[in-house]
Design a protein around this ligand. Structure first.
Ligand code: MRU
Length: 367
């Protein structure tokens, strides 16, 4: 995507040929700062502190983390250690474990002296595949948005999204936002209601930033406004991303997604989840078994923002004696999901439909 007329991905190899550049997402929307990752620890910290975030980008960063961690020692023990450190960074996004698995498949059976080169090769492929996958999600989702535009006889299509599942959450394009970018670029009139997404405000800080940079009309709303807007028929459809979708179609995504899905169902509004194959956890048959990240309560009791003098400050919004809980994700049961928008097409949120899209995961039992 373009920032001030310059095309960027969210992660890319630096000019020295081995270190890795990222956009520091903790600084957005107030500053567009680049950070260079040089070690395994840099990569792990970037994921943990959410300098990079969003399931596909977490996976891509972990892939490069493996490259950085193996420089100097590419033994089996080093590979085990590197994967262990990276796997422990964030628990919910399955793309992290998927990427580490892909890296191990590409490296494990190789002679030690070529492992680092093979690792960089696979990390680059993972990034390029992510861009292409998301581009295809955009194509398939475009059809959906176009259908709404036709039904509305050209009036703008009102879409609600939660958190940030845009290009900043992936290597490029995004998942939930890819169809929106495609529609906008094709001249289909769209407008996006952006949930602010407390506690870390990925909607207000990141989704609004990237939609604005691309010229997509949007309005930030308080997280609790979605239900009201849906009752007033001001939303035509919801599109969100996912950190992990189970084989039966249950969807883990940023905390609050479930409430939006409930409100959408109560108001007969289609609720779509956009996802790449790397976000599907075929080993789980039930969303209740997805590990849910719990983060620092300070993210709930404090907010960070820009002061009138341009400085950035973190301030308390709660009494200092009150405890807080910070659940990062929730699970939307498949019965509340209208369908999935994937790189292979749009499908209902059922196990059968997922297996029809991805027949390679059909086991003899599931056939
Ligand atoms: O905690 P975050 O910011 O990493 O959470 C991100 C989300 O919940 C996204 O919706 C999800 O990762 C899908 S990104 C394409």
């Amino acid at each position: 995507m373009n920032i001030n007329g310059k095309p960027y991905r969210t992660i890319w190899p630096a000019e020295d040929g081995w270190s890795v550049n990222i956009i520091d997402q903790t600084k957005l929307p107030h500053a567009f700062d680049l950070v260079t990752l040089r070690t395994l620890e840099d990569a792990a910290r970037a994921i943990e502190t959410m300098q990079v975030r969003g399931a596909p980008l977490i996976g891509a960063t972990a892939a490069y983390g493996v490259c950085l961690g193996l420089r100097g020692n590419a033994s089996d023990e080093a590979l085990d250690h590197v994967c262990e450190v990276l796997a422990a960074t964030r628990p919910t996004a399955i793309n992290l474990l998927w990427a580490l698995d892909e890296m191990q498949k590409a490296i494990r059976n190789q002679p030690h002296e070529v492992r680092v080169a093979k690792a960089y090769e696979r990390a680059e492929q993972i990034c390029n595949e992510d861009v292409e996958t998301n581009r295809q999600i955009g194509e398939h989702g475009l059809g959906l948005i176009r259908a709404h535009a036709e039904k509305k006889k050209g009036a703008r299509v009102e879409i609600l999204t939660h958190c940030n599942a845009g290009w900043l959450a992936t290597v490029d394009w995004g998942t939930a936002l890819a169809p929106i970018y495609r529609a906008h670029d094709e001249g289909v009139p769209v407008h996006v209601f952006v949930d602010e997404t407390r506690p870390r405000n990925q909607g207000a800080a990141l989704t609004a930033f990237e939609l604005g940079a691309h010229g997509v009309p949007h309005t930030i709303i308080a997280d609790n406004a979605g239900g009201h807007l849906m009752q007033k028929k001001l939303v035509d459809l919801c599109i969100v991303g996912t950190d992990r979708t189970t084989a039966n179609g249950d969807v883990a995504n940023k905390i609050g997604t479930y409430l939006k899905a409930l409100a959408a169902r109560d108001n007969d509004i289609p609720f779509f989840v956009a996802l790449p194959y790397s976000s599907i956890d075929w080993s789980l048959d039930d969303g209740s078994r997805i590990p849910i990240e719990e983060r620092d309560p300070r993210e709930v009791t404090h907010v960070t923002g820009k002061l009138p003098d341009g400085g950035i400050a973190t301030v308390a919004i709660a009494p200092e004696w009150s405890p807080a809980a910070n659940y990062g994700f929730d699970v939307t049961p498949m019965r509340l999901v209208t369908g999935f928008i994937t790189e292979r097409g749009v499908a209902p949120a059922t196990r059968d439909a997922l297996l029809t899209l991805y027949p390679e995961y059909r086991t003899p039992d599931a056939a």
